[in-house]
Design a protein around this ligand. Sequence first.
Ligand SMILES: [Zn+2]
Length: 226
Amino acid sequence: MSGDRRVLSFIFFGRAAILLSSGGRSVLIDPGVNLGLRLERLLGESNDLSCVIVSHEHPDHFDRDLVGRLASRGIPVLGSRYLLSGLSGAAGPDADLRIMRHGESVEVGGVEVRPFRAKHTGLGPFVVFVELGGISAFHGSDSGFTPSIRSSAGVDVAFLPAGGGSPTASVSESLRIARLLNPRWIVPIHGTRRELSSLAKKASRVLGVGTVVPERGETVELPLGD
Ligand SMILES: [Zn+2]
């Protein structure tokens, strides 16, 4: 394999939690509570954690204690105004907290993050596009389909929610998002094993894209071509 072929690697920690890495940069998205996420492991797995993104304040996406500790180490945290205001005490005065706003790109540590309003409950939930190390990813949190999601460029990988008890996410809603984004790869998240498999099978059959049903804690590498 030639040296300039693009490779994206990620670790799925359960629910919607993803550690995404490419080109020596890493982003942690939606580290929820009760996922067994350990600060030491996260910092060990990522040679350079560029930032943490939290789509919304629901506990299965937001371990306030863990995110507070990462923030207190100077790692930038992106979230809604509401979410960050609840974090500032735990994170300390020097924390780098960045408010996400619908459609506004944020550049942090060589990573570009573009949030859009999610179709979900809670206070200002988002879905996000992330570009790092020459790859482009979409993280669908546990959102349903919404036309507010706008993709200008191609998406290499879309992490799409399959259900998991969310009032808005489902296999059929994620297939609608997938049609809009036309990604190279789809990785189902936020669902039971059966829901994850169902989304992968349908996406592969209907859209002909590559799919991976992730195992918790395993590092997955996706080849993306040149
Ligand atoms: Zn939620």
